[in-house]
Every structure is written in C-alpha cells, then in structure tokens.
Design a protein around this ligand. Structure first.
Ligand code: PHE
Length: 503
C-alpha cells in the first residue's frame, strides 16, 4: 500500500494496544502537530486508525488570585478584624471593624459580599457579627486557590474552583488532546507493508493514462511560499495628490468647477481683459484648434460688455486699450492655457447662474501651454484654480488662504513677490523652497480681479483668485527634481510605484 509520507509516519508510530497522543506521535515522526493530526484523520477515514479526543482544563491564577494566595482573602481579613473587635459576642459597629481590617476601596465590597455568602457572620444596618465557630483557615476557596498555586488542582473541590473562576481569581484554559490507536485493518496494512507514495506537483497526461495518479501523492499548495512581485496598476501620484487637494479645498468650503479643455479665446483671454493685439495675449503660446476653429455661441450681452471694457474701460474714468477688438478673434478655439477660463464662466453666471457673495470655487484640471520642455516645464500641467467672492477682500485674505492651504501639505515657508497680470491688481507670485535642492520654486500666481474684469461679468464685490501648479506642489512635498520623472513618456515607473502619497 502506498500512502503519503505523513500518513506512513503516523501509522508506524501508532500502537495497536494503547492510545498515543498525536502530539507525541508528531514529535517522534518529525511532523508538525497539525500535519500529524490531518494525517491521522485521513487514516481514520480509511479505517486504519481510530482517533479519540479528550478535553483537559488547565487552571491558572489571575493576578488577583495570586495576591490573595500569598496574603489572604479579603473576607478572611474582615473576619479576623471582626473577631478582634468582639463581634463574636454580638454586633459591633461596621466602620470600626473595616478600619481595623486594613481593607480599602473595592476590597471592602469584595470582603462584605463574600463574608455574608460564606456565613462568616451577619451584616445588618451598619453592624457586623462574626460566627465564632467558623474556621477561616479551612476556607475551601483558599484551599482551592492554594491547590491551583501548587499545581495540585485535583485536590481542589469542584464547587470551590467554580467559585474562584466566577470571582476572577483563576482562569481556565481548555485543551483538546487527540490520541490515535491502530485498528485491525491498520495492523494488517502495516504487516503487508506500507510505502511512501511518490509526490508529484503536476498532473500529467501520462499519470492519467497509466492510472498512476491513484498511487502518487500530490504536493500541497504552500500558500505561504514567497512569490514573485507582480507590479500592478495604481492610481498615479499626481491623481492621488489632486484628490487630496480637492479634499483639502472642499474642507475649506470650496465647490468644484468643471468645463471644457478646448475653449473660446473669449473665456480664456478676452474676459480677462487681455488686449487682442498685445503680446500678453500669446504669452503662454496657447495651442489653437484648426478644426473646428470657432465656438458655436457666446453670450451676446456679455460679449458687448467685454468689447466695451476693452475699448473704453469701465467706470466714469475708465481707460480702455483704444485698439481693435474683434469678435472673430474672441470666437477662436484654443486648448486652454489656464483654468481661469472656468472662473470666468462661473463668475459670469453662465454655469450655475448669478452668484451672491460669499462664494468659493476651485478646480484641479489640466492646462496646455507651448512651453519649452525643461525640468520644471511640460506642455501640459495641472492647475489648481480657485477664487473667493466676498465684500472687501484684501491681500491679507489672499495670503491667509494660501498659508492655510499649503500648511495642510506641510509647506510653511511660502514667499510672495509682486507681479503683473492684465486681469488682477494687485498681483502676486508665490514661491516655495525645494526640499532637496534648496532652490526657490515658483508655485503659483494670484491676485485680486480688476474692475475691467468684474464689471462686464456683472460682479459688484471683490474676487481674489489664483492658479497654482499641482506638479510644483508635488515637487515641494516629495522632493522630485524633474517633472518629467512624474509625467509623460520619460516618467520613472519605479518612483511612481514606490511613492506613497500621504492622506
Ligand atoms: N491664470 C494665472 C496663471 O495661469 C493664474 C491666476 C488666476 C492669477 C487668477 C490671478 C488670478 O498663471
């Protein structure tokens, strides 16, 4: 007969006359106890052995039990104090007895309840008596406690042990002991000879056709074996960071904007008071669309107001650019060079209707610029756009908002530099320090929108706004030096896999 190795070992170690503990069989056969038990059950299923089980209780003193066995039970202390105070002859004041017993806190309650339960005496309206015939030295619970302590549990009374367990003075652990004994069939099999079956790890057509599969043992799956690491997809760290930025801004009370990646120059430039014939207009070198080359519709009244702002300016002393303004140019389609186009759409009331201050909006979206590629510039990047509409905003509010926002990413060394934008006054650029190189890195641009922007949009309170770079934020948090490691075809996959984004 051919049998798996563990079964052969158990069969050979088992006895026909007496039960042997499986654990002993296992150590003799050099098997793990679980492997020996499994083999024994398999042999039992084939009638070659019988397995029996018995449960053994192990008693152990708890910390409290251990203390009492070394000293005494609280009720024994109370009894001794009561006897000393003469409670054996009649009721004595309880307070006096407790004071003399040395019992404190919870021990008093324990002593009182067990005293009464054990009939050491009576406790009634503030008085205590002691039964002089009791001999607390023979307290069955104390004797049982001592038996457990000395490893003589068999000497202890069952009821006393139960009581100790209830009082939390001993803990009981149950152990199941399995034993195995050979059956007649097992004895016969051994006499006829049992061999270890060959183990195979793969079922082959040969094994099947020869019928040998019935003779061999199949190796088991080892689910704990080391396996090769299979790199799997995960969310890009930029996307993870974008989500963190969104959560942060939502936490600061902002709502999210969305809108087209390709948009009319009207929304990208004209609403922002960028003169059509001015170099500022192309200062990011936006990518223009050939097909389609024009937006379908623009809000006509807003177009008129924007045209007038460009030509004549706003307000009684307004100054416009005094240069041509063509609606055709405004209708031209570009890949947006900033998401301030979304801010214009929202502020104009086009997206979610007229807005009443205070309002806060943001987006974390891609923008496209015809930049020269270098370690800090790509043709596209994610802009963290945002604005706050409220009465009476100042530069302090702007700086306070940035400080609060960047602090959540551990960046506390922001610097501000005055700047020029055609659409904001004042304007500020923001800088942070690169954690690896120590260089000052520009992280964003901001300002308070000019009247020439707000008036045509129909907004008559203050709006402060910004565009920050998500990639630069990532650089400051994680110390990347080249943005091309993170983005695009040259990205460093290892770095992307291993970087853990904080949440
Ligand atoms: N649009 C600016 C940029 O892309 C950022 C900005 C937005 C500045 C809003 C001021 C106000 O750099």
């Amino acid at each position: 007969m051919k049998r798996p190795q563990a079964q052969v070992a158990v069969l050979q170690a088992a006895d026909a006359q007496e039960d042997r503990r499986i654990d002993d069989v296992a150590s003799e056969a050099d098997l793990q106890p679980q492997a020996a038990a499994r083999a024994a059950f398999e042999l039992e299923a084939d009638g070659l052995v019988a397995v029996s089980e018995e449960t053994v209780a192990h008693y152990e003193l708890t910390e409290e039990g251990d203390r009492y066995v070394r000293e005494s039970l609280p009720e024994q202390d109370l009894y001794a104090a009561a006897m000393d105070a003469g409670a054996g002859d009649g009721p004595v004041q309880m307070g006096q007895v407790i004071g003399a017993s040395g019992l404190e806190g919870g021990a008093v309650d324990i002593a009182l309840s067990n005293y009464a339960r054990k009939g050491y005496g009576e406790i009634d309206s503030g008085e205590i008596t002691a039964d002089p015939d009791v001999s607390p030295g023979q307290d069955p619970e104390m004797l049982a406690l001592e038996a457990v302590a000395d490893g003589r549990v068999d000497d202890a009374e069952e009821a006393a042990l139960d009581q100790l367990e209830r009082r939390g003075l001993v803990e009981v652990h149950e152990e199941t002991i399995r034993s195995v004994v050979l059956t007649d069939d097992g004895v016969t099999a051994l006499m006829e000879g049992v061999e270890v079956a060959e183990t195979v790890d793969q079922l082959t057509p040969e094994l099947l056709t020869s019928g040998e599969w019935d003779e061999v043992e199949f190796t088991e799956y080892n689910v704990e074996a080391d396996a090769e690491d299979a790199p799997h997809g995960k969310e890009h760290i930029l996307r993870q960071t974008a989500n963190r930025v969104k959560d942060t801004l939502v936490g600061m009370g902002f709502q999210e904007m969305e809108g087209p990646h390709v948009d009319a120059q009207f929304w990208i430039n004209d609403c922002l008071f960028m003169p059509q014939d001015h170099p500022a207009r192309t200062h990011w070198d936006q990518f223009a669309l050939e097909q389609p080359d024009e937006i379908g519709d623009l809000p006509e009244e807003l177009v008129d107001r924007v045209r007038s702002a460009h030509k004549e300016g706003v307000g009684p002393d307004g100054e416009g650019y005094h240069s041509p303004w063509e609606e055709d140019v405004a209708r031209g389609l570009d890949l947006r060079g900033h998401t301030t186009s979304l801010s214009m759409r929202y502020l104009s009331g086009e997206e979610v209707g007229e807005l009443e201050p205070p309002e806060r909006y943001f987006s974390v979206e891609k923008v496209y610029r015809n930049d020269t590629l270098d370690p800090t510039h790509l043709l596209e990047f994610f802009q963290i756009e945002g604005w706050v509409m409220a009465e009476d905003l100042s530069v302090r509010d702007l700086m306070g908002t940035f400080t609060e926002f960047y602090e959540q990413f551990g960046i506390t060394d922001l610097e501000f530099k005055p700047h020029y934008n055609p659409y904001t006054e004042p304007s500020f650029e923001l800088f942070g320090t690169h954690p690896e190189t120590g260089e000052i890195v520009e992280v964003g641009n901001s300002g308070i929108f000019r009247d020439e922007v707000l008036e045509p949009l129909g907004v008559d309170c203050d709006v402060m706004a910004w565009g920050l770079s998500l990639e630069r934020l990532l650089m400051l948090i994680y110390g990347f030096e080249d943005i091309r490691d993170v983005h695009g075809t040259l990205c460093d996959l290892e770095l992307l896999r291993e970087t853990e984004v904080m949440h």
